[in-house]
Design a protein around this ligand. Structure first.
Ligand code: SF4
Length: 259
C-alpha cells in the first residue's frame, strides 16, 4: 500500500541496503540456535510476484519507528484516487517463497511487513506469511480489506483499511472481515476530506471498532487535508482513535520509493 514515486529520492542508506528488487540477497546459512532455525519446516517453493524488498523503519501503525523488512507484492484490483503505490500495480518478479523468506531472515530484522499493491490479491500470500512465521519473524500485513482475511494464518497481525467514500473504492470494503479481527490487529482509515472523516467516525462508533482491535488509525492523505483540523475534529468528538502521520514521508521526500 503506501509509499513512493520519485527515483531521484534521497536516502541515508546505501542503495544496496534500501532496495532488493532486481538482485535477491543470498542469505547465509542460519547458525544453530538462532531465530532463523527455531522451526525447521521447509519454506514453500510456491511462487509469488514481488515488486521490491527492502529494510527501512515502519512508518505507520502502532509499530511505527521500528526497523522493519518490507516485502511489497505486485498488483492491486483497487484504484484508490490518492494511491501512492501505483507503480506496484504492474511488473515485479516471480520469486520462490523460500527465496523471499531467506531475504527477510537474512536482513537480521525480526519484524517484517507484507504490503503492496494489495498483497491478499495473490493466492499464495497466506503461504508466504506462514513461511515467515515459521522462521520466528513477527509478521504484519497491510491490506485493503477487500479480500477475506480469515485465510491468513493465525499469528499474522492484520493492519486493515476500511476505504472511505472519497477514496473512490468504498464499495470494495468486505464488511465480513470485521468479524475476523482481533486485539492484535489494527484498522486504518485514510482520510482525504471532511466527508471521509465524518464517515470514518460514524463507522468507528457504530461498529465499536476500538473494542475489536488494538488500535483504530486515522491517517490524513498527505498534502490533501490539514492534519491540525483532523486532530481538532478527533478531540471535539472524543473519538477512540489514534491519529497518525506517514512518518517515512517526513524522513525522506514524500515521493521517495524503497524507504
Ligand atoms: S488498495 Fe488502494 S491504496 Fe492500496 S495499493 Fe490498491 S489502489 Fe493503492
Amino acid at each position: 500500500m503506501p509509499h513512493l514515486t520519485n527515483p531521484a529520492r534521497k536516502s541515508h542508506l546505501p542503495r544496496e541496503q534500501r532496495l532488493i528488487r532486481t538482485v535477491a540477497p543470498i542469505a547465509p546459512s542460519p547458525p544453530c540456535g538462532s531465530m532463523t532455525n527455531r522451526k525447521m519446516s521447509e519454506p514453500s517453493d510456491k511462487k509469488i510476484l514481488v515488486w521490491e524488498m527492502y529494510p527501512s523503519i515502519q512508518g505507520e501503525s502502532t509499530w511505527a519507528g521500528l526497523p522493519c523488512f518490507f516485502i511489497r507484492l505486485s498488483g492491486c484490483p483497487l484504484r484508490c484516487v490518492w494511491c501512492d503505490t501505483e507503480y506496484a500495480f504492474y511488473g515485479g518478479e516471480r520469486k520462490a517463497i523460500s527465496e523471499v523468506v531467506e531475504a527477510a531472515v537474512g536482513s537480521g530484522i525480526p519484524l517484517v511487513e507484507v504490503t503492496g499493491g494489495e498483497p491478499m490479491a495473490q493466492p499464495n500470500c497466506p503461504v508466504l506469511c506462514q513461511a515467515l512465521l515459521d522462521r520466528g519473524l513477527t509478521v504484519l500485513i497491510e491490506t485493503a480489506g477487500s479480500e477475506p482475511i480469515e485465510t491468513l494464518p493465525e499469528g499474522v497481525i492484520r493492519i486493515m483499511d476500511l476505504k472511505c467514500p472519497d477514496s473512490g473504492e468504498m464499495n470494495k470494503n468486505l464488511w465480513s472481515n470485521l468479524e475476523h479481527l482481533n486485539k492484535r490487529d489494527e484498522v486504518k482509515f485514510v482520510i482525504a476530506t471532511e466527508k471521509d472523516f465524518d464517515w470514518a467516525a460514524e463507522v468507528v462508533l457504530r461498529e465499536k471498532l476500538d473494542e475489536r482491535v488494538k488500535a483504530v488509525l486515522f491517517s490524513p492523505v498527505f498534502g490533501q487535508i490539514d492534519p491540525q483540523k483532523m486532530v481538532a475534529w478527533i478531540l471535539e468528538r472524543k473519538l477512540p482513535v489514534r491519529f497518525q502521520l506517514q512518518m517515512h514521508k517526513f524522513i525522506w521526500e514524500p515521493e521517495a520509493r524503497g524507504v
